[in-house]
Design a protein around this ligand. Structure first.
Ligand SMILES: [Zn+2]
Length: 125
């Protein structure tokens, strides 16, 4: 199965769009598929929740990144992340949203689900 190339703008957009179809449980499935340990590194709890869940899948958060000379500009460069929070000790961890979205995109492609981006690009196929 060809993996979605998130280094291209089109691939990145498809990956972020795929997050609208992902469930909290699937975020856990992604982490398990990558060998991430399910227990919290601080309290050992295995209960996690997605930060900022929405009715439409998972909405990524933007971590502001400094520019090339170290200035932090609000609305400037950012890293989109999916954050999950330990339900016991409230430890928050971040995972790159594009990687999770690409996993979801590829999963949907493999199962024959549509990845139509008609609304985004203004033309339904
Ligand atoms: Zn914890």
């Amino acid at each position: 199965m060809a993996e979605l190339d998130i280094s291209t703008q089109e691939g990145f957009v498809k990956a972020i769009e795929a997050l609208k179809r992902i469930s909290d449980n699937e975020v856990g499935d992604f982490l398990a598929s990558r060998g991430a340990k399910p227990n919290c590194p601080f309290c050992n709890s295995m209960k996690w929740g997605v930060v900022n869940p929405s009715r439409e899948g998972v909405t990524p958060l933007a971590l502001n990144l400094p520019d090339q000379i170290g200035n932090l500009i609000v609305g400037g460069r950012s890293l989109l992340v999916v954050q999950i929070i330990c339900q016991q000790c409230a430890f928050v961890r971040s995972h790159a949203a594009a990687a999770i979205g690409a996993w979801k995109y590829d999963k949907d492609q493999a199962s024959g689900k549509s990845n139509d981006l008609g609304d985004l690009f203004g033309s339904k196929t």
